[in-house]
Design a protein around this ligand. Structure first.
Ligand code: ANZ
Ligand code: ZN
Length: 839
């Protein structure tokens, strides 16, 4: 062993050893428990940043720890290689995206290796390779046969100057990112996957993931799916237009509906606009506005009356129909029954346009808002409370005590009773029925981009869209192209788009759109189990490895990526390709790496150069630092002093090992020969092993584990026992420390383990085992209370009986003073903890 810690050499040696011995190559072994550890694969943007380093270190620590528990661990790595940045870089360089991507992959792969991640590189996948994407093309054609794929027109962002469709990220403040032109919305035919068919299952499946997935992620998925139970209500037409259907989750408030509102794109709006120029202009204006749901709640409630009326389904009262910019076409029926007394958006709208407000529930937050004070009182048809009264009332009631009021025969019911009664009455009249509704929309997978997987369809004038036959797959994306502008070159490459219809043999045009890149990332986890399979999408190896036991990645993927992967898993399950319902048994969302309190980013200029850190300190220091500061799911603050601290720790430990080894081998611990101090120190060692094991495994708080190891080493330094048994205990301690640090600083551990005289590499060593007998405390300390107040402490044999404990407590000098010679009425003993003397 060298006297000083030389990370460059140690890390090179360890990495060479792993490479030469295929140390991380995983094979299926039915006799061993498997552990599939997966960190979300990166987009090959060029360089690893500190966020990557932390993410992959967390995964690597878990994988290496599980291996030491004796499991058959598989940890693969690959590249989410399609996507927009490659196209942008290509435009800048007048080159093709492919070589740029492959170069980046090569560079990042080197950086991964430099960090010592235990990846099975034989399983590497790049999603831009046809060996990979051919199988998603194949699946797509299968889904098409099953009716799970369809084509319909949808809105895209159109840049009128560059004459191209833009991705949402390329629209900045409503303008094209390159041309600066105001972006238009255009409707073009696109491909959709029926994820809504699986909405219920995707929602139910979340229950299985309780405790195994972060609550926040499950909640976000739940909200995104957005199941609601409501009633579909028909408002009959009065003015010879057409009937109006609305969807409401609040049928209990039907008697409070004072107008109806429709989206700008609603047919009733279009019909009315034919004879109303101002309305037509308003509608055009709405169509240009933003469409995000979050904006709707806050934006100004604009609207115009259509001039038509519909009939209230229970009272027959005529209600005016308005066009309102807060009603979305893509949701429910694109129309609402407006209940301004109980819906804030309706209230704001009614307030603004001076529409009547009718209260039909006892309690309502809307009526206490600031706006109410500005609203002319005469507009309130009914209003029971003033503000302060209402607040007192509200505080005194629970929500299910609330009553429906001012609603005829429904008055006096609870809201739930009213929903049921009203739905029943509507059904009897043929004017309504209960309905379950989802917020989730079908997944539009078409992108008008070049650098993506070609959608395997042929568009024939006679037959319509026809899937590319299985024997003609894959549809290969030509890689040798030059991108001069933002449009996709596929549409201008006859060699690509000219095709023959598989149905009728006529000349036809190949689909030139490509898949959303979420398509590739939705099933890569499964392909890692059998990446070399060239006859099928997956094979039986998937049954051995799936589900992923631990998935690690960013919270930014909490909704879409994880939902699409859960959807794909079910699609593949229904094709007989995988078993089970869920792809990821456990999920860990790692926290960000901050610097000076902000997220590291190039634009803020607060990035830390990974390569520079590796050159300066070595991989182990960087790995140790990113694991030390906080639990994996919380943010860490990058601090240069923290990195130096991690480095110093490793140097000091190296020296400790060196000094110890220089003294020669003291042999194994002879338990019978240990002194009391040696036993006490050994107890700390085994308590630490127990804690670190729990922290790495169950709690996943490697930071507290590392802190405990540091404390143990500090105690070891103070221990300084040169006797034979002292040295034997020290040896046991250092071995255990090296083992416990192996997942975090694997190169350091590799070298140290050899220096400690082991023949087999530390990656094949077993995680240290707690010696239960070492944990037994010969003497324990008990707290002594007098009338519940801490008054003293006594040291007593761990197995002392009640009588002995009482005697010791009563005779303790400090305690005696507080007894003031009063008779002790009762003695309460909490074993192992305290004695309470009641006087
Ligand atoms: C009357 C009502 C009274 C409503 C009340 C709410 C509160 P969730 O739960 O998200 O499904 N709504 C329906 N379609 C809409 C559309 N296309 N654009 C905007 N809003 C729409 O929401 C269902 C509720 O959202 C429905 O219940 C409807 O307003 C509104 F005190 O109807 B409600
Ligand atoms: Zn045809």
């Amino acid at each position: 062993m060298d006297e000083t810690y030389d990370p460059a050499r140690i890390e090179r040696d360890a990495q060479q050893y792993w490479e030469a011995n295929n140390s991380f190559h995983a094979t299926e072994d039915p006799d061993r428990e498997k552990f599939y550890c997966l960190s979300m694969f990166p987009y090959p943007s060029g360089n690893l940043h500190m966020g990557h380093v932390r993410n992959y270190t967390i995964g690597d620590v878990i994988a290496r720890y599980q291996r030491m528990l004796g499991k058959n661990v598989m940890q693969p790595m690959g590249w989410d290689a399609f996507g927009l940045p490659a196209e942008n870089a290509a435009i800048e360089r007048h080159a093709a995206p492919a070589p740029w991507t492959y170069q980046n992959i090569a560079h990042m792969r080197d950086q991964f290796k430099r960090l010592g991640f235990a990846f099975d590189w034989t399983r590497e996948i790049a999603t831009c390779r046809s060996e990979y994407y051919r199988w998603e093309q194949w699946l797509f054609t299968r889904l098409h046969k099953k009716g799970l794929v369809y084509r319909k027109t949808a809105v895209v962002n159109w840049d009128p100057v560059d004459q191209t469709v833009l991705a949402n990220e390329q629209v900045i403040d409503g303008k094209g990112w390159r041309s600066g032109a105001v972006v238009e919305h255009r409707e073009i035919p696109q491909w959709f996957l029926r994820i809504t068919d699986y909405a219920d299952e995707l929602l139910d499946g979340l229950k299985q993931l309780e405790l195994a997935w972060p609550d926040a992620v499950r909640a976000m998925q739940r909200n995104w799916i957005g199941r609601s139970e409501g009633v579909e209500i028909v408002f009959r037409d009065i003015d010879a237009g057409s009937d109006l259907k609305v969807y409401t989750t609040r049928a209990d408030t039907l008697m409070g509906a004072t107008y109806a509102a429709v989206a700008a794109e609603h047919p009733i709006a279009a019909e009315a606009a034919k004879t109303n120029q101002a309305l037509a202009e308003f509608i055009t204006q709405c169509k240009h506005g933003g469409m995000a749901e979050a904006e709707l709640a806050t934006m100004e409630k604009k609207g115009m009356p259509t001039g038509t009326h519909v009939r209230h389904p229970l009272t027959d009262e005529p209600l005016p129909v308005w066009v309102a910019n807060y009603v979305l076409m893509g949701y429910g029926e694109g129309a609402v029954m407006a209940v301004p007394a109980h819906d804030e958006r309706d209230f704001e709208f009614a307030h603004h346009h001076r529409l009547p407000i009718r209260q039909v529930l006892e309690n309502t937050a809307v009526l206490t808002s600031e706006l109410r004070k500005q609203h002319p009182r005469s507009a309130f048809e009914t209003c029971y409370f003033d503000e302060t009264e209402w607040q007192d009332w509200y505080a005194s009631k629970s929500p299910d005590e609330v009553q429906v009021v001012n609603s005829g025969r429904y008055s006096g019911m609870t809201p739930q009773q009213a929903v049921d009664a009203i739905a029943g009455d509507l059904a009897a009249k043929g004017l309504g029925s209960k309905r379950v509704h989802y917020r989730l929309r079908d997944w539009g997978v078409s992108r008008q981009r070049y650098w993506g997987c070609p959608i395997p369809m042929i568009l024939c004038e006679t037959c319509g869209p026809v899937p590319v036959p299985e024997q003609d797959l894959p549809v290969i994306l030509p890689e040798e192209v030059v991108l001069e502008g933002p449009g996709s070159p596929l549409a201008t490459l006859p060699a690509f788009y000219q095709a023959t219809c598989p149905g009728c043999g006529a000349d036809a045009r190949r689909e030139t759109d490509t898949f959303d890149t979420f398509f590739e990332s939705s099933w890569y986890y499964a392909r890692f189990t059998c990446p070399d399979q060239d006859q099928a999408m997956l094979d039986e190896r998937a049954h051995y490895w799936l589900p992923v036991d631990q998935y690690i990645g960013g919270i930014e993927h909490a909704i879409l990526h994880l939902l699409y992967a859960r959807f794909f898993h079910r699609l593949m399950r229904d094709e007989g390709l995988v078993q089970g319902d869920e792809p990821f048994a456990r999920l860990l969302t790692q926290g960000m790496v901050l610097k000076d309190g902000a997220k590291m980013s190039k634009s803020k200029g607060n990035t830390v150069d990974t390569q520079d850190m590796l050159d300066r300190y070595g991989a182990d220091t960087v790995r140790l630092f990113v694991m030390s500061d906080a639990p994996p799911d919380q943010t860490i603050e990058w601090m240069d002093t923290g990195v130096e601290g991690a480095h110093r720790f490793l140097k000091r430990l190296w020296r400790q090992l060196f000094t110890h080894l220089a003294k020669g081998d003291a042999g194994a611990v002879d338990h019978a020969a240990l002194t009391r101090d040696q036993k006490t120190f050994r107890r700390l060692l085994h308590e630490t092993i127990a804690k670190v094991t729990d922290d790495f495994g169950r709690r996943m708080t490697m930071n507290t584990a590392l802190a405990a190891i540091r404390e143990l080493l500090n105690a070891a330094q103070r221990f300084e026992d040169e006797r034979r048994q002292g040295q034997a205990v020290m040896r046991e301690t250092l071995e255990a420390v090296v083992l416990m640090l192996t997942p975090v600083v694997p190169h350091f551990a590799h070298a140290a383990w050899i220096a400690l005289g082991h023949e087999h590499p530390v990656i094949d060593a077993q995680w240290p085992v707690v010696d239960e007998s070492a944990l037994v405390r010969e003497e324990i300390e008990l707290v002594v209370q007098v009338n519940g107040k801490l008054r003293g402490r006594i040291a007593i044999a761990a197995d002392a009986d009640r009588e002995a404990i009482e005697a010791a407590a009563l005779s303790d000098a400090a305690v005696e003073r507080f007894l003031e010679q009063k008779p002790v009425r009762k003695i309460i003993i909490v074993p192992g903890k305290l004695v309470n003397l009641v006087v």
